[in-house]
Design a binder for this molecule. Structure first.
Ligand code: NAD
Length: 421
Protein backbone atom coordinates (compact mmCIF):
# COMPACT_ATOMS: atom_id res chain seq x y z
CA UNK A 1 0.00 0.00 0.00
CA UNK A 2 1.67 3.25 -1.11
CA UNK A 3 1.34 6.54 0.77
CA UNK A 4 -1.21 7.95 -1.67
CA UNK A 5 -3.19 4.75 -2.18
CA UNK A 6 -6.97 5.07 -2.27
CA UNK A 7 -7.15 2.93 0.85
CA UNK A 8 -4.83 5.27 2.73
CA UNK A 9 -7.15 8.17 1.88
CA UNK A 10 -10.15 6.16 3.09
CA UNK A 11 -8.36 5.27 6.34
CA UNK A 12 -8.30 9.00 7.24
CA UNK A 13 -11.99 8.52 8.13
CA UNK A 14 -11.10 5.68 10.49
CA UNK A 15 -8.50 7.81 12.32
CA UNK A 16 -10.96 10.73 12.58
CA UNK A 17 -13.59 8.49 14.16
CA UNK A 18 -11.12 6.71 16.47
CA UNK A 19 -10.09 10.09 17.93
CA UNK A 20 -13.62 10.42 19.36
CA UNK A 21 -13.85 6.96 20.93
CA UNK A 22 -11.82 5.25 23.58
CA UNK A 23 -11.19 1.88 21.98
CA UNK A 24 -8.41 -0.66 22.07
CA UNK A 25 -5.66 0.22 19.53
CA UNK A 26 -5.76 -3.46 18.47
CA UNK A 27 -9.18 -2.76 16.95
CA UNK A 28 -7.77 -0.01 14.75
CA UNK A 29 -4.82 -2.19 13.77
CA UNK A 30 -7.25 -4.89 12.65
CA UNK A 31 -9.38 -2.49 10.61
CA UNK A 32 -6.41 -0.89 8.82
CA UNK A 33 -5.79 -3.90 6.57
CA UNK A 34 -7.89 -6.18 4.40
CA UNK A 35 -8.19 -9.65 5.91
CA UNK A 36 -7.63 -11.34 2.54
CA UNK A 37 -7.50 -10.24 -1.07
CA UNK A 38 -7.24 -12.94 -3.72
CA UNK A 39 -6.04 -12.13 -7.21
CA UNK A 40 -6.55 -14.47 -10.16
CA UNK A 41 -6.28 -14.39 -13.91
CA UNK A 42 -9.46 -15.48 -15.68
CA UNK A 43 -8.92 -17.11 -19.06
CA UNK A 44 -11.90 -17.25 -21.41
CA UNK A 45 -12.58 -18.31 -24.97
CA UNK A 46 -13.58 -15.37 -27.19
CA UNK A 47 -16.19 -15.73 -29.94
CA UNK A 48 -13.47 -15.75 -32.65
CA UNK A 49 -11.85 -18.82 -31.05
CA UNK A 50 -8.93 -16.96 -29.42
CA UNK A 51 -8.26 -17.00 -25.67
CA UNK A 52 -8.02 -13.87 -23.58
CA UNK A 53 -7.14 -13.31 -19.93
CA UNK A 54 -8.42 -10.78 -17.42
CA UNK A 55 -7.22 -9.85 -13.93
CA UNK A 56 -9.80 -10.34 -11.21
CA UNK A 57 -9.96 -9.91 -7.45
CA UNK A 58 -12.13 -10.73 -4.48
CA UNK A 59 -11.45 -8.99 -1.18
CA UNK A 60 -12.92 -10.00 2.19
CA UNK A 61 -11.96 -6.93 4.18
CA UNK A 62 -13.39 -7.78 7.59
CA UNK A 63 -15.78 -10.53 8.67
CA UNK A 64 -16.07 -9.83 12.38
CA UNK A 65 -19.80 -8.97 12.21
CA UNK A 66 -20.75 -11.70 9.73
CA UNK A 67 -20.12 -12.96 6.20
CA UNK A 68 -18.51 -10.38 3.95
CA UNK A 69 -20.84 -8.57 1.56
CA UNK A 70 -20.09 -6.44 -1.48
CA UNK A 71 -20.52 -6.07 -5.21
CA UNK A 72 -18.48 -7.18 -8.21
CA UNK A 73 -17.35 -4.38 -10.51
CA UNK A 74 -16.42 -4.88 -14.19
CA UNK A 75 -14.23 -1.92 -15.13
CA UNK A 76 -11.10 -1.46 -17.28
CA UNK A 77 -9.41 0.63 -14.58
CA UNK A 78 -10.17 -1.57 -11.56
CA UNK A 79 -7.19 -2.25 -9.28
CA UNK A 80 -6.56 -4.21 -6.08
CA UNK A 81 -6.32 -0.90 -4.20
CA UNK A 82 -9.75 0.19 -5.44
CA UNK A 83 -11.27 -3.20 -4.55
CA UNK A 84 -9.85 -3.06 -1.00
CA UNK A 85 -11.05 0.53 -0.53
CA UNK A 86 -14.57 -0.33 -1.65
CA UNK A 87 -14.49 -3.37 0.68
CA UNK A 88 -13.38 -1.11 3.57
CA UNK A 89 -16.37 1.17 2.87
CA UNK A 90 -18.68 -1.87 2.78
CA UNK A 91 -17.39 -2.94 6.21
CA UNK A 92 -18.44 0.41 7.65
CA UNK A 93 -21.66 0.66 5.62
CA UNK A 94 -22.92 -2.70 6.91
CA UNK A 95 -22.00 -1.71 10.47
CA UNK A 96 -23.76 1.68 10.11
CA UNK A 97 -26.97 -0.11 9.15
CA UNK A 98 -26.45 -2.84 11.78
CA UNK A 99 -26.63 -5.56 9.11
CA UNK A 100 -25.09 -8.88 10.21
CA UNK A 101 -22.33 -8.61 7.61
CA UNK A 102 -18.70 -7.68 7.19
CA UNK A 103 -17.38 -5.91 4.11
CA UNK A 104 -16.14 -7.35 0.82
CA UNK A 105 -15.80 -6.42 -2.83
CA UNK A 106 -14.71 -7.88 -6.15
CA UNK A 107 -13.71 -6.72 -9.60
CA UNK A 108 -12.63 -7.82 -13.06
CA UNK A 109 -10.35 -5.53 -15.01
CA UNK A 110 -12.36 -5.43 -18.22
CA UNK A 111 -14.39 -3.09 -20.40
CA UNK A 112 -17.60 -5.15 -20.62
CA UNK A 113 -18.89 -2.98 -23.48
CA UNK A 114 -16.23 -4.58 -25.68
CA UNK A 115 -17.49 -8.13 -25.03
CA UNK A 116 -20.34 -9.95 -26.73
CA UNK A 117 -23.13 -11.25 -24.50
CA UNK A 118 -21.74 -14.81 -24.78
CA UNK A 119 -18.23 -13.63 -23.84
CA UNK A 120 -19.66 -11.68 -20.88
CA UNK A 121 -21.45 -14.81 -19.69
CA UNK A 122 -18.26 -16.91 -19.96
CA UNK A 123 -16.33 -14.26 -18.02
CA UNK A 124 -19.00 -14.10 -15.29
CA UNK A 125 -19.01 -17.90 -14.94
CA UNK A 126 -15.18 -17.96 -14.91
CA UNK A 127 -15.23 -15.49 -12.00
CA UNK A 128 -17.39 -17.87 -9.95
CA UNK A 129 -15.28 -20.91 -10.92
CA UNK A 130 -12.22 -19.04 -9.63
CA UNK A 131 -13.79 -17.79 -6.41
CA UNK A 132 -16.28 -20.58 -5.56
CA UNK A 133 -14.14 -21.62 -2.58
CA UNK A 134 -14.13 -18.07 -1.19
CA UNK A 135 -17.78 -17.11 -1.59
CA UNK A 136 -20.81 -18.76 0.05
CA UNK A 137 -24.06 -17.77 1.83
CA UNK A 138 -22.29 -17.80 5.22
CA UNK A 139 -18.90 -16.64 4.01
CA UNK A 140 -18.94 -13.99 1.30
CA UNK A 141 -21.98 -12.78 -0.67
CA UNK A 142 -21.40 -10.83 -3.91
CA UNK A 143 -23.88 -8.45 -5.61
CA UNK A 144 -23.90 -6.13 -8.65
CA UNK A 145 -21.78 -2.98 -8.86
CA UNK A 146 -20.62 -0.68 -11.66
CA UNK A 147 -21.21 -2.36 -15.08
CA UNK A 148 -22.65 -5.56 -13.59
CA UNK A 149 -26.37 -6.23 -13.28
CA UNK A 150 -29.06 -8.75 -12.38
CA UNK A 151 -28.50 -10.75 -15.59
CA UNK A 152 -24.84 -11.27 -14.62
CA UNK A 153 -25.84 -12.18 -11.05
CA UNK A 154 -28.25 -14.76 -12.50
CA UNK A 155 -25.42 -16.42 -14.50
CA UNK A 156 -23.17 -16.34 -11.45
CA UNK A 157 -25.82 -17.89 -9.16
CA UNK A 158 -26.37 -20.61 -11.77
CA UNK A 159 -22.63 -21.36 -12.03
CA UNK A 160 -22.34 -21.59 -8.24
CA UNK A 161 -25.34 -23.96 -8.09
CA UNK A 162 -23.69 -26.21 -10.68
CA UNK A 163 -20.41 -26.29 -8.72
CA UNK A 164 -21.98 -27.14 -5.35
CA UNK A 165 -24.63 -29.41 -6.87
CA UNK A 166 -27.70 -27.65 -5.49
CA UNK A 167 -29.55 -24.34 -5.67
CA UNK A 168 -27.96 -21.77 -3.30
CA UNK A 169 -29.74 -18.52 -4.10
CA UNK A 170 -28.45 -16.80 -0.92
CA UNK A 171 -24.87 -16.89 -2.28
CA UNK A 172 -25.45 -13.76 -4.35
CA UNK A 173 -27.91 -10.86 -4.28
CA UNK A 174 -29.28 -8.57 -6.95
CA UNK A 175 -30.52 -11.61 -8.88
CA UNK A 176 -33.43 -11.54 -11.34
CA UNK A 177 -36.78 -11.95 -9.53
CA UNK A 178 -37.25 -15.28 -11.34
CA UNK A 179 -34.16 -16.67 -9.57
CA UNK A 180 -35.02 -15.42 -6.07
CA UNK A 181 -34.27 -11.71 -6.41
CA UNK A 182 -36.14 -9.34 -4.12
CA UNK A 183 -38.87 -6.91 -5.03
CA UNK A 184 -37.75 -3.32 -4.43
CA UNK A 185 -34.05 -3.91 -5.21
CA UNK A 186 -34.09 -1.76 -8.39
CA UNK A 187 -34.60 1.60 -6.71
CA UNK A 188 -33.38 0.62 -3.22
CA UNK A 189 -30.29 2.85 -3.14
CA UNK A 190 -32.18 5.99 -4.15
CA UNK A 191 -35.20 5.08 -2.03
CA UNK A 192 -33.05 4.68 1.07
CA UNK A 193 -31.53 8.14 0.47
CA UNK A 194 -35.01 9.52 -0.14
CA UNK A 195 -36.36 8.15 3.17
CA UNK A 196 -33.32 9.58 4.96
CA UNK A 197 -33.83 13.07 3.51
CA UNK A 198 -37.54 13.02 4.22
CA UNK A 199 -36.95 11.97 7.83
CA UNK A 200 -34.29 14.61 8.56
CA UNK A 201 -35.56 17.41 6.27
CA UNK A 202 -37.01 19.48 9.07
CA UNK A 203 -33.93 19.07 11.27
CA UNK A 204 -31.64 20.37 8.56
CA UNK A 205 -33.99 23.09 7.34
CA UNK A 206 -34.73 21.68 3.89
CA UNK A 207 -37.69 23.40 2.23
CA UNK A 208 -40.81 21.37 1.40
CA UNK A 209 -40.29 22.25 -2.22
CA UNK A 210 -36.51 22.22 -2.43
CA UNK A 211 -34.45 22.86 -5.57
CA UNK A 212 -32.34 19.76 -6.31
CA UNK A 213 -29.36 19.12 -8.62
CA UNK A 214 -28.49 15.49 -9.48
CA UNK A 215 -25.03 14.58 -10.74
CA UNK A 216 -25.08 11.35 -12.75
CA UNK A 217 -28.28 10.03 -14.27
CA UNK A 218 -27.92 6.24 -14.07
CA UNK A 219 -29.67 3.85 -11.69
CA UNK A 220 -29.24 5.93 -8.52
CA UNK A 221 -29.62 9.37 -10.18
CA UNK A 222 -32.76 8.55 -12.16
CA UNK A 223 -34.59 6.99 -9.22
CA UNK A 224 -33.76 9.78 -6.79
CA UNK A 225 -34.89 12.45 -9.29
CA UNK A 226 -38.14 10.58 -9.80
CA UNK A 227 -38.80 10.04 -6.06
CA UNK A 228 -37.98 13.63 -5.09
CA UNK A 229 -40.02 15.13 -7.95
CA UNK A 230 -43.01 12.96 -6.94
CA UNK A 231 -42.64 14.31 -3.40
CA UNK A 232 -42.97 17.95 -4.49
CA UNK A 233 -39.32 18.91 -4.95
CA UNK A 234 -38.03 20.68 -8.05
CA UNK A 235 -35.21 19.04 -10.06
CA UNK A 236 -33.36 22.09 -11.39
CA UNK A 237 -30.30 20.33 -12.89
CA UNK A 238 -29.12 16.87 -13.91
CA UNK A 239 -25.96 15.65 -15.60
CA UNK A 240 -24.49 12.57 -17.21
CA UNK A 241 -21.03 11.96 -18.64
CA UNK A 242 -21.83 14.18 -21.67
CA UNK A 243 -22.94 17.32 -19.83
CA UNK A 244 -25.54 18.99 -17.62
CA UNK A 245 -28.96 20.46 -18.33
CA UNK A 246 -30.32 23.18 -16.05
CA UNK A 247 -33.70 24.90 -15.66
CA UNK A 248 -34.45 27.08 -12.63
CA UNK A 249 -38.21 26.45 -12.99
CA UNK A 250 -37.67 22.69 -12.84
CA UNK A 251 -36.88 20.02 -15.44
CA UNK A 252 -39.41 17.55 -16.82
CA UNK A 253 -38.24 14.36 -15.09
CA UNK A 254 -40.49 12.07 -17.16
CA UNK A 255 -38.88 13.44 -20.33
CA UNK A 256 -35.37 12.87 -18.91
CA UNK A 257 -36.22 9.30 -17.92
CA UNK A 258 -37.62 8.62 -21.40
CA UNK A 259 -34.45 9.99 -23.03
CA UNK A 260 -32.31 7.64 -20.91
CA UNK A 261 -34.58 4.70 -21.68
CA UNK A 262 -33.95 5.36 -25.37
CA UNK A 263 -30.18 5.49 -24.77
CA UNK A 264 -29.88 9.26 -25.23
CA UNK A 265 -27.98 11.77 -23.07
CA UNK A 266 -29.88 14.16 -20.78
CA UNK A 267 -28.62 16.89 -23.13
CA UNK A 268 -31.09 15.70 -25.77
CA UNK A 269 -33.93 17.19 -23.68
CA UNK A 270 -32.41 20.69 -23.52
CA UNK A 271 -34.12 22.31 -26.49
CA UNK A 272 -36.87 24.09 -24.53
CA UNK A 273 -37.22 27.68 -23.32
CA UNK A 274 -35.43 28.38 -20.04
CA UNK A 275 -33.08 25.41 -20.44
CA UNK A 276 -29.35 25.87 -20.27
CA UNK A 277 -26.58 23.41 -21.12
CA UNK A 278 -23.40 23.25 -19.04
CA UNK A 279 -20.26 21.11 -19.04
CA UNK A 280 -20.68 18.07 -16.76
CA UNK A 281 -18.20 19.38 -14.19
CA UNK A 282 -20.16 22.64 -13.74
CA UNK A 283 -23.15 20.93 -12.17
CA UNK A 284 -21.79 21.13 -8.62
CA UNK A 285 -21.90 24.94 -8.75
CA UNK A 286 -25.56 25.20 -9.82
CA UNK A 287 -27.80 27.29 -7.53
CA UNK A 288 -29.86 24.75 -5.55
CA UNK A 289 -30.80 23.66 -2.02
CA UNK A 290 -29.69 20.04 -2.27
CA UNK A 291 -26.97 18.44 -4.38
CA UNK A 292 -27.06 14.68 -5.05
CA UNK A 293 -23.78 13.22 -6.34
CA UNK A 294 -24.79 9.96 -8.05
CA UNK A 295 -21.91 9.41 -10.49
CA UNK A 296 -18.34 8.51 -9.52
CA UNK A 297 -15.70 8.96 -6.80
CA UNK A 298 -13.89 12.25 -6.07
CA UNK A 299 -16.25 14.51 -8.08
CA UNK A 300 -16.32 17.20 -5.36
CA UNK A 301 -12.74 18.09 -4.56
CA UNK A 302 -10.49 20.85 -3.30
CA UNK A 303 -10.79 22.66 -6.66
CA UNK A 304 -14.60 22.95 -6.83
CA UNK A 305 -15.96 22.50 -3.26
CA UNK A 306 -15.86 26.28 -2.75
CA UNK A 307 -18.34 26.76 -5.62
CA UNK A 308 -21.05 24.51 -4.08
CA UNK A 309 -24.22 26.53 -3.34
CA UNK A 310 -26.34 23.72 -1.90
CA UNK A 311 -26.82 23.57 1.87
CA UNK A 312 -27.31 19.79 1.86
CA UNK A 313 -25.45 17.04 -0.01
CA UNK A 314 -26.90 13.53 -0.30
CA UNK A 315 -24.07 11.17 -1.31
CA UNK A 316 -25.64 8.40 -3.37
CA UNK A 317 -22.29 7.73 -5.08
CA UNK A 318 -19.48 6.07 -3.14
CA UNK A 319 -16.72 8.47 -2.13
CA UNK A 320 -17.86 11.51 -4.21
CA UNK A 321 -16.39 14.08 -1.77
CA UNK A 322 -12.65 14.08 -1.01
CA UNK A 323 -11.41 14.66 2.57
CA UNK A 324 -10.05 18.12 1.53
CA UNK A 325 -13.43 19.08 0.05
CA UNK A 326 -15.13 17.92 3.26
CA UNK A 327 -13.22 20.55 5.21
CA UNK A 328 -14.19 23.31 2.77
CA UNK A 329 -17.86 22.26 2.86
CA UNK A 330 -17.87 22.11 6.66
CA UNK A 331 -16.45 25.65 6.72
CA UNK A 332 -19.38 26.79 4.55
CA UNK A 333 -21.91 25.10 6.86
CA UNK A 334 -22.94 22.51 4.24
CA UNK A 335 -24.47 19.35 5.75
CA UNK A 336 -23.29 16.14 4.06
CA UNK A 337 -25.29 12.92 4.39
CA UNK A 338 -22.35 10.53 3.90
CA UNK A 339 -22.23 7.64 1.43
CA UNK A 340 -21.98 4.88 4.06
CA UNK A 341 -25.39 6.00 5.33
CA UNK A 342 -27.01 7.77 2.35
CA UNK A 343 -26.54 4.98 -0.23
CA UNK A 344 -26.89 2.04 2.17
CA UNK A 345 -30.44 1.33 0.97
CA UNK A 346 -28.94 -0.90 -1.77
CA UNK A 347 -27.10 -3.25 0.56
CA UNK A 348 -30.02 -3.20 3.00
CA UNK A 349 -32.43 -4.56 0.38
CA UNK A 350 -29.69 -7.02 -0.66
CA UNK A 351 -29.76 -8.18 2.96
CA UNK A 352 -33.56 -8.56 2.68
CA UNK A 353 -33.02 -10.68 -0.46
CA UNK A 354 -30.57 -12.95 1.42
CA UNK A 355 -33.00 -13.30 4.35
CA UNK A 356 -35.90 -14.17 1.99
CA UNK A 357 -33.73 -16.72 0.14
CA UNK A 358 -32.75 -18.40 3.40
CA UNK A 359 -36.27 -18.55 4.79
CA UNK A 360 -37.82 -19.43 1.42
CA UNK A 361 -40.63 -16.95 2.03
CA UNK A 362 -40.93 -13.74 0.07
CA UNK A 363 -42.16 -10.29 1.14
CA UNK A 364 -44.34 -7.84 -0.77
CA UNK A 365 -42.85 -4.65 -2.17
CA UNK A 366 -44.73 -2.70 0.48
CA UNK A 367 -43.12 -4.77 3.25
CA UNK A 368 -39.67 -4.17 1.72
CA UNK A 369 -40.31 -0.40 1.60
CA UNK A 370 -41.54 -0.33 5.20
CA UNK A 371 -38.56 -2.28 6.52
CA UNK A 372 -36.12 -0.14 4.54
CA UNK A 373 -37.71 3.07 5.74
CA UNK A 374 -37.61 2.01 9.35
CA UNK A 375 -33.88 1.10 9.23
CA UNK A 376 -32.92 4.29 7.33
CA UNK A 377 -34.82 6.42 9.82
CA UNK A 378 -33.44 4.60 12.86
CA UNK A 379 -29.78 4.78 11.81
CA UNK A 380 -30.11 8.26 10.24
CA UNK A 381 -31.60 9.62 13.47
CA UNK A 382 -28.88 7.96 15.58
CA UNK A 383 -26.14 9.53 13.45
CA UNK A 384 -27.86 12.93 13.40
CA UNK A 385 -27.98 12.79 17.22
CA UNK A 386 -24.29 11.82 17.56
CA UNK A 387 -23.34 14.66 15.18
CA UNK A 388 -25.35 17.13 17.25
CA UNK A 389 -24.10 15.94 20.64
CA UNK A 390 -20.45 15.73 19.65
CA UNK A 391 -20.56 18.77 17.31
CA UNK A 392 -19.07 16.84 14.41
CA UNK A 393 -19.93 16.38 10.70
CA UNK A 394 -22.42 13.64 9.83
CA UNK A 395 -19.62 11.68 8.12
CA UNK A 396 -17.50 11.50 11.27
CA UNK A 397 -20.63 10.66 13.27
CA UNK A 398 -21.43 7.80 10.85
CA UNK A 399 -17.90 6.39 11.22
CA UNK A 400 -18.07 6.76 15.01
CA UNK A 401 -21.42 4.92 15.00
CA UNK A 402 -20.05 2.09 12.82
CA UNK A 403 -16.70 1.90 14.59
CA UNK A 404 -18.25 1.48 18.02
CA UNK A 405 -20.27 -1.49 16.68
CA UNK A 406 -17.19 -2.99 14.99
CA UNK A 407 -15.07 -2.50 18.12
CA UNK A 408 -17.68 -4.18 20.29
CA UNK A 409 -17.76 -7.19 17.96
CA UNK A 410 -13.97 -7.41 17.62
CA UNK A 411 -13.55 -7.30 21.39
CA UNK A 412 -16.35 -9.84 21.93
CA UNK A 413 -14.50 -12.31 19.70
CA UNK A 414 -11.64 -12.38 22.24
CA UNK A 415 -8.21 -10.83 22.20
CA UNK A 416 -6.02 -13.83 21.38
CA UNK A 417 -7.08 -14.60 17.86
CA UNK A 418 -7.81 -11.80 15.46
CA UNK A 419 -7.62 -14.00 12.39
CA UNK A 420 -11.04 -15.57 12.23
CA UNK A 421 -12.54 -17.57 9.43
P1 NAD B 1 -24.75 3.94 -13.33
O1 NAD B 1 -23.62 3.41 -14.15
O2 NAD B 1 -26.12 3.42 -13.55
O3 NAD B 1 -24.83 5.55 -13.51
C1 NAD B 1 -23.72 6.39 -13.43
C2 NAD B 1 -24.09 7.71 -14.11
O4 NAD B 1 -23.02 8.63 -13.91
C3 NAD B 1 -24.31 7.62 -15.62
O5 NAD B 1 -25.45 8.40 -15.94
C4 NAD B 1 -23.08 8.30 -16.22
O6 NAD B 1 -23.34 8.93 -17.46
C5 NAD B 1 -22.82 9.34 -15.15
N1 NAD B 1 -21.49 9.93 -15.19
C6 NAD B 1 -20.29 9.34 -15.44
N2 NAD B 1 -19.32 10.28 -15.42
C7 NAD B 1 -19.91 11.47 -15.12
C8 NAD B 1 -19.45 12.80 -14.97
N3 NAD B 1 -18.16 13.09 -15.10
N4 NAD B 1 -20.36 13.75 -14.67
C9 NAD B 1 -21.66 13.47 -14.53
N5 NAD B 1 -22.17 12.23 -14.69
C10 NAD B 1 -21.29 11.24 -14.98
O7 NAD B 1 -24.29 3.75 -11.82
P2 NAD B 1 -25.19 3.71 -10.50
O8 NAD B 1 -25.52 2.30 -10.18
O9 NAD B 1 -26.27 4.71 -10.58
O10 NAD B 1 -24.09 4.16 -9.42
C11 NAD B 1 -23.72 5.53 -9.30
C12 NAD B 1 -22.93 5.68 -8.03
O11 NAD B 1 -23.72 5.22 -6.93
C13 NAD B 1 -21.62 4.88 -7.96
O12 NAD B 1 -20.67 5.59 -7.17
C14 NAD B 1 -22.02 3.62 -7.22
O13 NAD B 1 -20.92 2.98 -6.57
C15 NAD B 1 -23.00 4.23 -6.22
N6 NAD B 1 -23.91 3.24 -5.66
C16 NAD B 1 -24.84 2.63 -6.44
C17 NAD B 1 -25.66 1.66 -5.87
C18 NAD B 1 -26.73 0.98 -6.69
O14 NAD B 1 -27.48 0.19 -6.10
N7 NAD B 1 -26.88 1.28 -7.97
C19 NAD B 1 -25.52 1.33 -4.52
C20 NAD B 1 -24.60 2.01 -3.73
C21 NAD B 1 -23.78 2.97 -4.32
Amino acid sequence: MTEDSLLNHALVRLDEAAAHLSIDPDVIEKLKYARETTKVRLMIRMDDGSRKSFLAWRCRYDDTRGPTKGGIRFHPESTADEVETLAFWMTFKCAVMNLPYGGGKGAVQVDPRKLSKAELERLSRAYIQAFARIIGPDRDIPAPDVYTNSMIMGWMADEYAQIVGQAEPAVITGKPIALGGSLGRGDATARGGFYLVRHLAEDCGLAESARVAVQGFGNAGQHIADLLASDGHRIVAVSDSEGAVVCADGLDVALLLEAKKQGRSVLSTAGQAGHQVLAADQLVAVDCDMLVPAALENMIHEGNAGTVKAKLILELANGPVTPEADKILAGKGVVVFPDILANAGGVTVSYFEWVQNRQGYYWTEEEIHQRLRSIMEREGRAIWTIAGEKQMPMRTAAYVHALSRLAEAIEAHGTQNFFMS
